[in-house]
Design a protein around this ligand. Structure first.
Ligand SMILES: C[S@@+](CC[C@H](N)C(=O)[O-])C[C@H]1O[C@@H](n2cnc3c(N)ncnc32)[C@H](O)[C@@H]1O
Length: 227
């Protein structure tokens, strides 16, 4: 009989930034600067209302900063100043809200089909007083005609092969898809070769970001379109 895994400590109070390892505090301060209080409030939502509303499981609580918020937030390094960004399949605002807090100069639209998730995103955006984030309820395919952005982000939405048709039309021929991926990034790109050609992908690469800030840097598959 296989042994059950122990359930990790999931006390929301443990997610306060002051209780995190020094490297997490340092990384959060570098990324968020004087907006650190907003990031802390976002984490507070994730570990309370986010869990209560069923957007995340309690097992995520102890790893909320490193595996979720900071892992997403470091991707801001790849977003140019003043860009328009769509986050497809935003779920609990990952990476969309984690990025929007770090980058008030960038306008974000979070595209999410599920009503409960959209209601939660609206609640959090209002509470955090984020003026650079809009939420659109729907599948990305339903908003191809109305959303036109410079960058599309996505995490844990789909494998590259199906993610490309679901996201790239939002760029209308010009811009980049930044897909947060795990170790499978290069293999996924290889498997999507036919789709990448169909969508006239100019360049595809696998990058790591946050190497100097995070214990485990974030892997991003970046696809480029247009000139
Ligand atoms: C596994 S969750 C990931 C959520 C979040 N990105 C994260 O990393 O925690 C996948 C999300 O994609 C959304 N989704 C699935 N298909 C979609 C589509 N066609 N357009 C937009 N969102 C979609 C789901 O509703 C869900 O919220």
């Amino acid at each position: 009989m296989s042994e059950k895994q122990p359930i990790p400590d999931s006390d929301p109070a443990e997610t306060k930034l002051s209780r995190q390892d020094a490297w997490i505090v340092d990384a959060a301060e570098v990324i968020y600067g004087d907006r650190i209080g907003i990031a802390e409030r976002f984490v507070e939502h994730l570990v309370t209302t986010g869990i209560e509303w069923g957007l995340l499981g309690p097992r995520e609580i102890p790893i909320m900063w490193e595996r979720h918020v900071l892992n997403c937030a470091v991707v801001h390094e790849l977003i140019p100043k003043g860009a328009l960004v769509a986050d497809v399949g935003s779920g609990a605002g990952l990476p969309g809200i984690a990025l929007a807090i770090a980058r008030p100069d960038v306008q974000f639209v979070l595209i999410e089909p599920l009503e409960r998730r959209v209601d939660w995103l609206d609640l959090v955006i209002e509470d955090l007083e984020l003026e650079n984030v809009d939420v659109v309820r729907g599948r990305s395919e339903q908003v191809f005609d109305t959303v036109d952005v410079d960058i599309v982000t996505a995490r844990a939405v789909s494998a590259m092969k199906s993610l490309v048709p679901m996201t790239v039309p939002l760029l209308h021929g010009q811009g980049q898809l930044l897909a947060i991926k795990g170790r499978s990034a290069a293999t996924e790109i290889e498997k999507a070769d036919k789709v990448l050609r169909k969508f006239k992908t100019k360049n595809s690469e696998v990058l790591t970001v946050g190497d100097e800030l995070l214990e485990v840097p974030t892997t991003v598959a970046r696809l480029t379109y247009g000139s």
